[in-house]
Design a protein around this ligand. Structure first.
Ligand code: SF4
Ligand code: SF4
Length: 110
C-alpha cells in the first residue's frame, strides 16, 4: 500500500496518527526538514502555505486539537491494512491510499 498526505491541506489535527492501528503516520513540525518524507507527489508537498479553504474552515475551531503547527507524514505506508479509519477522521480530507492494484482511496471527513 502506498500512503501519502496532501500537506497543504493537512490541519495537523493528528486524528490519523491517533486512529491508525499500524502506526503509518507520524506528526512533524511544519519546519522539520523531513516534513516531505512520504510519497506525496510534488504538488502535494509542504512548501510553507496552507490550503486557504482548509485553513479558513479549521483555524479557529476549538476542539482540543492543535491546528496548523504540524503536518502528518505517512512514513509506514507499506503496513497499511486499509481499515479506512484515517480516511473517515481526516479533517483536511487529504490522505491518499493506493493499493497494489492501483485503486486509490481518498479521505472523506465524517
Ligand atoms: S487505512 Fe491504513 S493508514 Fe489509514 S488508519 Fe487504516 S491502516 Fe492506518
Ligand atoms: S487526520 Fe488528516 S488533517 Fe489531520 S493530521 Fe492526519 S492527515 Fe492531517
Amino acid at each position: 500500500m502506498k500512503v501519502w498526505v496532501d500537506k497543504p491541506k493537512c490541519t495537523g489535527c493528528a486524528h490519523c496518527h491517533d486512529v491508525c492501528p499500524v502506526a503509518v503516520f507520524v506528526m512533524k513540525d511544519i519546519n522539520a526538514p523531513d516534513v516531505n518524507s512520504d510519497a506525496a507527489p510534488e504538488q502535494a508537498q509542504w512548501k510553507g502555505a496552507h490550503d486557504q479553504e482548509v485553513y479558513n474552515k479549521w483555524a479557529n475551531v476549538q476542539d482540543g486539537h492543535t491546528h496548523f503547527k504540524e503536518k502528518s507524514v505517512a512514513v509506514n505506508g507499506e503496513s497499511c491494512i486499509l481499515c479506512q479509519a484515517c480516511l473517515i477522521e481526516c479533517e483536511g480530507e487529504c490522505i491518499h491510499i493506493i493499493d497494489d492494484a492501483g485503486t486509490e482511496y481518498k479521505s472523506i471527513y465524517k
